[in-house]
Design a protein around this ligand. Sequence first.
Ligand code: FES
Length: 172
Amino acid sequence: MGLGVVNLPTFCLEGTVEEIFYKKGRPKVVILKTPTGRVWIKLEKSLRRELAQVPKVGDRLRLEGTVKEKYDGWVKQYQASHLEFLATAQATAARGSQPCRVLICQKSSCCRRGAKELWQELEAQQLPITLKATGCMGECKRGPAVVILPQKKRLTRANAQQIRELVCSTEA
Ligand code: FES
């Protein structure tokens, strides 16, 4: 019958960790700085238990979950059930004065294979990178062709997840 089951509104927020509150050594609440302001987000118990990597101040995260409204919508309680690292503070610091640049071929063959959409997706994720359009890199049939600098890493059939992982990785 589904009695008692309430479908709460969901949220998906991206931002930088400003502060973390812990319980028994595990992060319980994360304050995320988002383009629209600071948001308190409680991590669900199951998420806290499963975390393979503990977030730190300065990390860029994507958090998804549900929102409870109290007092006629005046108070919103965010509870996250999913956490994804977009970039770690360590990776950003390791790059130091050399900001990560992602060159994406914007010529017709790569555009037919999703180079424009890739650009838009990366732009929307607000990663700590600079996007730069380039001409043909000779990988037309295996586009979108991408080069990540300063690592000089070349990618073909590139997608946003691959690029995000390389940017997040300290070795990248
Ligand atoms: S068109 Fe993109 S590599 Fe040639």
